[in-house]
Design a protein around this ligand. Structure first.
Ligand code: SF4
Length: 372
């Protein structure tokens, strides 16, 4: 029987101000936000800044997709076991109360600047408590395997990124003048080295043919001749022509209009174009349309498998979910991460890996067994 709490009306004591507006999979780590406490309660915060961490209780006001369900797959991921709602942190609960321990960076009168709060902008805050490790932390806590696995993957993917960016620095991808050139490059680079794609694009530019309208008009044999350096030129000429025709029909060649569509819908549309598969569609979404979608290619799969982070399920979607569930939903991060993986695969983690010069060797289980 569900007991009514007569007279127990909750009052928000403040609100979260955050750049997290709406995320498919919030990742609080590193996110800095503000808890703006009601002015009338500012005095109640005195002494709180002596604590490095605090606990924030809040009301998850944004309706979670789907209704109340007593059994859920944690984080909505089918590879995790179906468990009871109260064995998860799912927001789809009778009282959508969220609780997070966060680092307190600063207090400014009635404003607390915190790191690691997984609450959206505008979330009502119900209460704030100091985090006391002697009472709030348990050293011998037991958790089910799916929890440990999830946190291990999360930590490992972030560690890989940190090591790659420290080693190689920003890669400044995608090397192109504008989104249409990126779309063309995403098709031409299929099974081709980038230096050859550059030659093909230079030929198109020299002929002032790098526009949807020009590519629609150009006879296929002529187009094939111009993009010959990047291989499979007859097939790619047809693909470019299909893309150009589709752009005319879908948005009148207005890419801003096209990219205003949300990522999932745009992905479906792109996948309907001849010659656009998942990797090409996601490259266009990420680099041309700036949508936070992770690109999976053969290089990524190879590195991830060797690093021992292979998802349970096989296939493009499983690898993509691995990154998208475990990293902040951030297109700049996804762009950089993908570019760094490609760099690593080309220079070091080749088919015959050169582990001795790899910046990931100390965290790679394949290191000892590989050549180089
Ligand atoms: S240590 Fe070797 S196998 Fe592991 S990521 Fe580096 S190059 Fe690849």
């Amino acid at each position: 029987m569900v007991t009514e709490l007569a007279g127990a009306a909750l009052k928000a004591i403040g609100v979260v101000r955050s750049r997290l507006k709406r995320l498919a999979q919030p990742d609080p780590s590193g996110a800095v936000s503000e808890v703006v406490v009601d002015q009338s309660l500012a005095e109640a915060l005195d002494g709180l800044d002596d604590f490095s961490h605090i606990i924030v209780l809040y009301w998850m006001h944004q309706p979670a997709p789907g209704g109340l369900s007593l059994k859920v797959h944690p984080r909505g991921r089918r590879e995790y076991p179906l468990v009871g709602l109260f064995a998860t942190r799912s927001p789809r609960r009778p009282n959508p109360v969220g609780i997070t321990a966060v680092r307190l960076l600063e207090r400014r009168k009635n404003v607390l600047v915190v790191e690691g709060l997984d609450a959206f902008d505008g979330t009502p805050v119900l209460d704030i408590k100091p985090y006391v490790p002697q009472g709030d932390s348990v050293t011998d806590a037991r958790v089910p395997p799916w929890i440990s696995e999830s946190y291990q993957v999360n930590r490992k993917l972030k560690d890989i990124y940190r090591r790659l960016i420290d080693c190689y620095g920003p890669q400044h991808w995608w090397p192109a003048d504008g989104p249409f050139e990126m779309m063309v490059g995403a098709i031409l680079t299929q099974s081709a080295a980038w230096r050859n794609v550059e030659k093909a694009i230079a030929n198109l530019k020299a002929g002032r043919l790098l526009s949807p309208e020009a590519l629609r008009r150009l006879p296929l044999p002529e187009l094939a001749g111009l993009i010959r350096p990047c291989g499979y030129y007859n097939a790619k000429a047809l693909k470019l022509n299909s893309l150009a025709r589709w752009l005319g029909e879908a948005c009148g060649d207005d890419l801003d209009r096209l990219f205003a569509v949300d990522a999932a819908a745009l992905r479906q549309k792109l996948l309907s174009v001849h010659g656009v598969g998942e990797e090409t569609a996601d490259s266009i979404l990420l680099y041309a349309a700036e949508k936070p979608v992770f690109v999976i290619d053969a290089y990524t799969r190879r590195i991830i498998d060797r690093l021992g982070v292979t998802p349970r399920a096989k296939g493009y979607a499983a690898y993509q979910s691995l990154f998208m569930y475990n990293l902040p939903t951030d297109s700049a991060l996804f762009k950089e991460y993908h570019a760094l993986l490609v760099r690593l695969a080309k220079e070091v983690c080749r088919r015959r890996p050169l582990c001795h010069s790899c910046c990931l060797s100390s965290i790679c289980p394949s290191h000892s067994g590989c050549q180089g």
